[in-house]
Design a protein around this ligand. Structure first.
Ligand SMILES: *Cc1c(COP(=O)(O)O)cnc(C)c1O
Ligand code: SF4
Length: 338
């Protein structure tokens, strides 16, 4: 007789944990001991971009503190529905850069793949929150037509993006990597993900091994905005990833009330470096509809960059950049005037 456990394919525990994320505001607030009546702002239970956060990430929020910098990143506010001049659905012109379904090329040498629409967290300021994922993510397997588009001398780096590419299971990732490693012009692979921080259990031994054996250099670009996002568990999985030979960088988004202070940014750069992560970018927020209340002024951003420059060694100083539709790279904020 076949044992029951052998007949049913086992769902990895990280997928079960992801399914158990907080998706209801009342449950999250109750769990954090926060009285909704006392919140200084109105929340929106019925947002079309609903609340989503893992237990891991929520456990790093401070109990009873409605102003917590991690909580602020996920709380759906009424304010998001405000229509603000200059804010739009596709502020960075991504839609104009599609070369094939799920494949975008805006910059020389690099193609970005929208591997999935799923994320383990819904970040309120996300520039992809209005993205038409249904039409614009890759199919299960890269089709011949897509592979043909990627198989050109001009594409030496492929960036797996989304959504979050590490929400794909190991099998799907393995399939994708197998297809990519057959591209003769490819020199580098990059993975843009929040998963090692949002759901550390996603970093399975199988994933680490897959990255270790990939024949090209692999860079993981994380997205950490505040030092409180980092704890011992995150440190452990980042160490495992580093051990597999991957480079790890971080891009943060500058967010009003969350990390718009030189003290917080300095601590973020130093603490992540302690865990093997090099600061890469601090992005000025893209003007996506619903995010205006997070915007930090250009003057303040320049001031923060200057303060950091004075306190950190050069290699720990992230590049402060903005994205301008039609430009062929991210643009250093001090070069951009408007
Ligand atoms: C940001 C981005 C990249 C990567 O840019 P780097 O400056 O190399 O990190 C590539 N493609 C698209 C569409 C991007 O938005
Ligand atoms: S993890 Fe990244 S893609 Fe997903 S909601 Fe957050 S910022 Fe957007």
């Amino acid at each position: 007789m076949i044992p029951r456990s052998a007949a049913i394919p086992k769902t990895p525990s990280w997928q079960r944990q992801m399914a158990r994320s907080f998706t209801r505001l009342s449950t999250l607030l109750e769990w954090l001991d926060i009285d909704r009546q006392k919140l200084p702002f109105e929340c929106d239970d019925s947002s079309s971009f609903p609340l989503r956060v893992t237990l891991d990430f929520a456990s790093r929020m401070r109990n009873g503190d409605a102003g917590d910098p991690l909580l602020q990143q996920v709380l759906p506010l009424q304010q998001e529905s405000a229509v603000v001049d200059g804010y739009s659905q596709d502020p960075v012109g991504d839609m104009n850069a599609a070369v094939s379904q799920g494949v975008f090329q805006k910059y020389n040498g690099r193609a970005l793949l929208i591997t999935t629409a799923a994320c383990a967290i819904h970040c309120r300021y996300c520039f992809r929150r209005h993205f038409p994922y249904q039409q614009q993510h890759l199919e299960q397997q890269l089709c011949d037509q897509t592979l043909e588009k990627l198989n050109v001398p001009d594409i030496s780096e492929i960036i797996l993006s989304g959504g979050d590419p590490l929400t794909l299971n190991d099998q799907r990732l393995a399939q994708l990597l197998l297809q990519l490693k057959q591209l003769p012009y490819l020199k580098r692979l990059r993975i843009h993900t929040r998963m090692p921080v949002i759901l550390p259990s996603r970093v399975t031994p199988e994933l680490v091994e897959m990255l270790r054996t990939f024949p090209l250099p692999v860079t993981i670009v994380l997205h950490i905005n505040h030092p409180n996002e980092l704890d011992k568990r995150v440190a452990t999985v980042l160490h495992q990833l580093r051990h597999s030979g991957t480079h790890i960088l971080n891009q943060a988004v500058l967010l009003k009330g969350i990390n718009d202070s030189s003290g917080v940014l300095k601590e973020l750069c130093e603490k992540s470096f302690d865990m093997g992560v090099l600061p890469y970018y601090v992005h000025q927020l893209d003007k996506v509809h619903g995010s205006a209340h997070f915007q930090v002024s250009r003057e303040r951003t320049l001031e923060l960059e200057e303060q950091l420059r004075k306190t950190l060694p050069g290699y720990l100083l992230p590049r402060f950049v903005t994205e301008i539709a039609g430009e062929n790279s991210k643009v250093p904020i001090n070069l951009f005037n408007h």
